[in-house]
Design a protein around this ligand. Sequence first.
Ligand SMILES: Cc1cc2nc3c(=O)[nH]c(=O)nc-3n(C[C@H](O)[C@H](O)[C@H](O)COP(=O)(O)OP(=O)(O)OC[C@H]3O[C@@H](n4cnc5c(N)ncnc54)[C@H](O)[C@@H]3O)c2cc1C
Length: 216
Amino acid sequence: MKKEEVLKIELSDNFIIKTSNSEYTSKVVILATGNKKNKPKISGIEKFEGKGVSYCAICDGFFYRNKSVAVLGNGNYAISETNDLINIAKDVTILTNGKTAPELRADNVNIDTKEINKFHGENKLEHIEFKDGSKLNIDGVFIAQGVAGSSDFAKKLGALTKNDKIIVNENMETTIKGLYACGDCTGGLLQISKAVYEGTIAGLQAVQYIKLGGKI
Ligand SMILES: Cc1cc2nc3c(=O)[nH]c(=O)nc-3n(C[C@H](O)[C@H](O)[C@H](O)COP(=O)(O)OP(=O)(O)OC[C@H]3O[C@@H](n4cnc5c(N)ncnc54)[C@H](O)[C@@H]3O)c2cc1C
């Protein structure tokens, strides 16, 4: 048992799980991080989703090569997303929206702690307006508030999701071999009994998967 915040999961021959203070390699991952509900309540966010607002630096970062981007958040997850963008974008501004600034210093990273009022643009995001009336021209904003959730991990690994819920089969297997999901993150009834049932299936299937050398 490790009590650590998972920042990132990558897939090569095995899964590589990066946490706030360590890194683990594994043949199987079961996603069970619940139902993330920390989309910031900022006017304009939903309007610009896919048009300047993204939830995945590794998936969408390359659209912003040599452009100015922002990361909205102030925790370890926001720092992890910023680190993925540093080498792609021209510059990255961490927007804490009134919260404490994170400990991160890098040449092309700025930190702005002002509270945000609204996202603006015609057909795509163009600038952010702060509550003090000031503006920041920006090409893209990556939302990384709080901790990374199951669907963030699933999407970054290429597993299918629908309405932010992870798609699984009757064995709790996602569309990626060796990647399972259970509980609130798979949608349906948001109840403990359902989470425990799915967790049991995922656990048993994961053991079977390893015993058979990843051949089921
Ligand atoms: C106020 C409230 C009352 C409820 N009452 C009931 C009830 O009476 N009966 C009932 O059956 N259900 C109830 N539920 C629903 C029930 O709590 C959930 O269905 C159940 O807890 C889902 O289990 P889960 O394991 O999928 O997720 P969770 O219980 O949400 O567990 C997810 C865990 O993952 C951790 N986590 C998330 N992200 C990361 C990360 N990046 N790195 C590391 N760890 C991470 C979280 O800290 C958390 O410990 C209630 C829910 C709420 C919010």
